[in-house]
Write a protein that binds this ligand. Structure first.
Ligand code: NDP
Ligand code: OXD
Length: 314
């Protein structure tokens, strides 16, 4: 009998994922949480996106949890997460490429003043606005992991001065590396366009606040494609109104969906997208999950590259 798998997501339509998984292996026994699951079921694997806290601990024979995305904050923040169970997250070229496209688009959008041109177009005003040369624009990427490194790689040929901030130092060609608490202020002080690609952890929650963003040079712009929980929204709105920030491209919010009354929707210097920077390709996820389950059933461990460090929370 194949090992039973539980699928838990209140956000995604399970059929998309289960169909792709069962197309690869029709024998997979996938049960939807909570309706198709009994406490007595010998559930071995869980495929999850924002699972209800406390739910995973009810499966004593769990061998692996698969996150349907790259960010695992909604899973590791569960105080009852069974910490002996490996958590595998999505690392996939299609996801990485999509995020890189979003970052390049919005770095250019802010640098080339496209928000201003869009406003002028609405007024039918033909007006030239100058932009700095790319080589004079300093882009700083917070988070130099899978996504941050690929974004840096794609921005490099455009000529930007690049730097990144991470927990540990990095050696990446053409990217100045800053790290740790001591590296944050000098990193911010040299950054004209700040791109946030950090995981959301207790250390990074609220990191985009008045104190940190005030260290950016006046007129800097912000691109946040990581998590809404990184932002102190009122601080960002105030810094935009004061002109300290010239613009913000925001893909993620807390809560999501962004409520209709949020000032972000209508702020003239803010570009909102609905957590659309980098959706995961369900076929790629299905291939990864099914091949990992097959390997684990043969006694192989899940691929180390995908494993979350539960102590670090990402
Ligand atoms: P990784 O885990 O590969 O990289 C995280 C990076 O952040 C690492 O460089 C790490 O440093 C750094 N970091 C973590 N904590 C700190 C800290 N306290 N101080 C300084 N640096 C820190 O993650 P990914 O690149 O795969 O993904 C990043 C995030 O992007 C996800 O967690 C998710 O929230 C978001 N995301 C958003 C999507 C969207 O559609 N908007 C889609 C996919 C992901 P070090 O390298 O030293 O460990
Ligand atoms: C992810 C996301 O973390 O889509 O993969 O936000």
């Amino acid at each position: 009998m194949p090992a039973p798998i539980v699928f838990m997501s209140s956000v995604w339509d399970p059929k998309i994922w289960t169909d792709y998984m069962q197309a690869i292996d029709p024998a997979l026994d996938i049960r939807l949480y909570p309706d198709q699951v009994n406490p007595a079921d010998d559930i071995r694997y869980a495929v999850v996106w924002r699972p209800p806290h406390g739910a995973l601990k009810t499966f004593p024979n769990l061998r692996c949890v698969f996150a349907l995305g790259a960010g695992v904050d909604a899973i590791v923040s569960d105080p009852d997460y069974p910490r002996h169970v490996p958590l595998s997250r999505m690392i996939d070229d299609t996801l990485t490429q999509a995020m890189t496209e979003y970052v390049v688009l919005h770095v250019l959008y802010n640098h080339r003043r496209q928000r201003d041109f869009d406003a002028l177009q609405r007024l039918k005003k033909w007006r030239y606005l100058s932009a700095k040369r790319a080589e004079d624009v300093r882009v700083g990427i917070m988070g130099l992991g899978v996504l941050g490194q690929d974004a840096a790689r794609a921005l490099k040929p455009l000529g930007y001065q690049l730097a990144g901030w991470s927990q540990s130092p990095k050696t990446l060609p053409g990217v100045e590396s800053f790290h740790g608490a001591a590296g944050l202020t000098p990193f911010l002080q040299r950054t004209d366009t700040l791109v946030c690609l950090l995981p959301l952890t207790p250390e990074t929650r609220g990191i985009l606040n008045r104190d940190t963003l005030s260290k950016l040079p006046k007129g800097a712009s912000l691109v946040n494609a990581a998590r809404g929980g990184h932002m102190v929204s009122m601080d960002i709105l105030a810094l935009l109104d004061e002109g300290h920030l010239s613009g913000a491209s925001l893909d993620v919010f807390e809560p999501e969906p962004l409520p209709p009354e949020s000032p972000f929707w209508v702020h003239p210097r803010v570009t909102v997208t609905p957590h659309a920077a980098a959706a995961t390709d369900p076929r790629a996820i299905a291939r990864h999950i099914v091949s990992t389950i097959h390997g684990m059933e043969r006694g192989e461990p899940p691929a180390a590259r995908h494993l979350v460090d539960l102590a670090k929370g990402y």
